[in-house]
Design a protein around this ligand. Structure first.
Ligand code: EPZ
Length: 422
């Protein structure tokens, strides 16, 4: 495969207005949930990213009719023609969210065969809580030979207590519970914005989900789910945060439109603590930064705490803060690999298990670096924008999984980023 990479000329101050795309993590969940609708359903505001493209392939592999206009962000899904309930290994390897097809296929067809999602560069990422929840609803689940074989002659509502807060587990159990007989209560549920988005999508099809966004979610199952109107997914919380960090990192003045400021409060608080200026409007956030940034400490937490997906981009910003910062990664077991790449650019970092200590340096310098996962790639883009000289980022396909036209958006604000293919 030709080695595509990004070339960033650092030192450009970002200025102007940019519009954030629809959310990756909500899109992949809602596209999977579209299987539940007995009638064709239309989803809007979808980002044009690799994970959405893989979701389209997944639905077509199962036999669904899918029309997707990537540039308009609109997708029509007709799941009435689905003729199989087994997901291919290749597709499941290309997208972590393939686990959602367990809950969706089980609820609609009473069976599902999905390869166990592999771990990735940030950790093992098991799905034991997803399985615990499905079994509580009466499903028979076998996980031998690296596959999940799920089967149920009718799901029955139950009480599910999650051993730890899990976004995917909460969503998967909600999907299965939407067609269960009776009410399911999920305790210790995740509260991320896209949990609420998935609940709203299910309710738009006639389900009765209450409490999404709190740690107790009640799902009253229904006989059938009927999509009656197009559903637009919420804006991407992590892309919004990445753009906010890029604005501060280049001492710029950027307004991010089409976002939901209340989703960004943990990051906003930390940017203010560092000395940046953040002004919120109804559906826009303006980030300005002129002077040096103060070093800070932050710990990743479940929502509404500091999002683990912004830990990596934020750690890039801290590399040139005045003083020593401390970053504690509480959600995934190995989400610091990007720091070794940033050391090649002059960052000074020490890692002690789940804690990274970042000593601010006056300046980063451009270098050839490698993205190891999606948000590591975003972190290296931020570092490249900050660095003196040119940075070359390899493995840009990771970035394309979760950011729609990232360099186009950044270049529209004054960045100098090009892609080159050998
Ligand atoms: C979702 O992953 C997101 N992905 C991740 O975003 C995000 O980092 C994560 O939530 C946390 O916010 C999608 O939505 C597609 P979890 P998910 O289940 O659902 C452990 C990105 O960059 N766990 O909340 O897999 C797990 O190992 C990606 O956009 C179990 O032990 O996250 C992890 O340590 C990266 N057993 C922790 O819980 C389970 O059954 C949180 O995982 C489930 C999870």
């Amino acid at each position: 495969m030709a080695e595509e990479r990004m070339l960033i000329t650092g030192g450009q101050r970002l200025e102007g207005t940019v519009r954030v795309s629809g959310g990756k993590n909500t899109a992949v969940a809602i596209i999977a949930a579209s299987i539940l609708s007995e009638t064709p359903c239309t989803i809007e505001n979808l980002p044009n990213i690799e994970d959405v493209a893989v979701s389209v392939e997944m639905l077509r592999y199962l036999g669904a009719k899918v029309d997707w206009c990537p540039d308009e962000g609109v997708m029509q899904v007709d799941s009435r023609t689905i003729n199989r309930t087994d997901v291919s290994l290749d597709l499941s390897r290309r997208m972590r969210a393939s686990s959602y097809y367990i809950g969706a296929l089980l609820a609609r067809f009473g069976r599902a065969q999905v390869p166990l999602p592999g771990g990735c560069d940030i950790g093992r990422r098991p799905i034991d809580q997803h399985i615990k929840g499905m079994r509580a609803l009466g499903a028979n689940i076998d996980t031998s030979r690296g596959m999940v074989f799920a089967q149920a002659d009718g799901l029955v509502g139950s009480e599910v207590f999650m051993d730890m807060v899990t976004v995917g587990g909460t969503i998967n159990v909600m999907l299965a519970a939407s067609r269960a007989q009776g009410t399911t209560t999920i305790y210790n549920a995740a509260k991320e914005p896209h949990i609420v988005d998935v609940a709203n999508f299910l309710n738009s099809m006639g389900c009765r989900v209450k409490g999404a966004g709190t740690d107790v979610i009640r799902v009253r199952g229904v006989q059938q789910l009927i999509s009656r109107r197009p559903y637009a997914v919420i804006p991407d919380q992590i892309e919004t945060g990445t753009l906010m960090i890029a604005a501060a990192a280049t001492h710029g003045d950027v307004t991010i439109c089409g976002c939901i400021p209340t989703h960004m409060e943990a990051l906003t608080a930390k940017l203010l603590e560092m000395g940046a200026r953040v002004d919120e409007r109804d559906d826009a956030i303006r980030v300005r930064s002129i002077g040096a940034h103060r070093a800070i400490t932050f710990k990743t937490q479940v929502y509404p705490g500091f999002p683990t997906d912004l830990q990596q981009p934020m750690s890039a910003l801290l590399c040139t803060a005045t003083g020593t910062s401390t970053v504690v990664e509480n959600i995934f077991e190995s989400r610091f690999r990007h720091l070794a790449e940033m050391e090649r650019m002059g960052a000074r970092v020490r890692i002690f298990e789940q804690t990274a200590v970042i000593e601010g340096v006056p300046q980063l310098h451009g270098a050839a670096v490698e993205a190891t996962d999606l948000r590591a790639g975003a972190a290296l883009v931020i570092a490249g924008l900050m660095a003196q000289g040119t940075t070359e980022i390899y493995n840009t396909h990771f970035i394309d999984r979760g950011y729609e036209h990232l360099e186009t958006k950044l270049n529209s604000l004054g960045a100098k980023i090009t892609r080159i293919n050998d």
